[in-house]
Design a protein around this ligand. Structure first.
Ligand code: HEM
Length: 127
């Protein structure tokens, strides 16, 4: 009974690790091909995909996987070495929207998931 009342995390509701992996495969394909923001992504694609998988796991309410592996997220500070403009944030969000669109989840859940990102993305703007 209790468990039915308890709210599941967004991480669980979108389909957990399997769903995140599918999302990020698509997302980074779009990012590394994006005319405006691909210039920023010079590092190893598999490594950043892995880090983002751990980060989004905890960002969406799952286990604290990123913190366990890499310490406190400090996401704004970690983005400081990269010059990120408002337009870059919009490019990033465009890629995320494109990747979310392909997930096999309801439209309502897609909207709920996408809504988690704009605030954080614009918080990364530093130039
Ligand atoms: C606003 C637009 C954004 C841009 C242009 C951007 C760009 C970047 C770049 C260039 C890196 C380094 C990649 C590399 O090592 O080659 C990075 C790392 C990362 N980004 Fe972003 N990012 C943005 C927004 C976000 C958002 C919204 C999140 C989370 C929701 C995020 C999470 C991460 C994570 C987890 C890493 C890996 C950090 C680490 O080194 O441990 N980024 N990002």
């Amino acid at each position: 009974m209790e468990q039915q009342i308890e709210e599941q995390s967004l991480y669980e509701r979108i389909g957990g690790a399997t769903a995140l992996t599918a999302l990020l495969d698509r997302f980074y394909d779009l990012v590394y091909a994006h005319e405006r923001i691909r210039r920023l992504f010079t590092g190893d694609k598999e490594l950043i995909k892995h880090k983002q998988q751990l980060f989004l796991t905890q960002f969406l309410g799952g286990p604290a996987a990123y913190t366990e592996a890499y310490g406190h997220p400090r996401m704004r500070a970690r983005h400081m070495p990269h010059q990120i403009s408002q337009e870059d944030a919009m490019g990033w969000l465009e890629c995320m929207a494109g990747a979310i669109k392909e997930l096999p989840i309801t439209e309502a859940l897609k909207d709920e998931l996408f809504d988690r990102f704009p605030r954080t993305a614009f918080f990364m703007v530093n130039s």
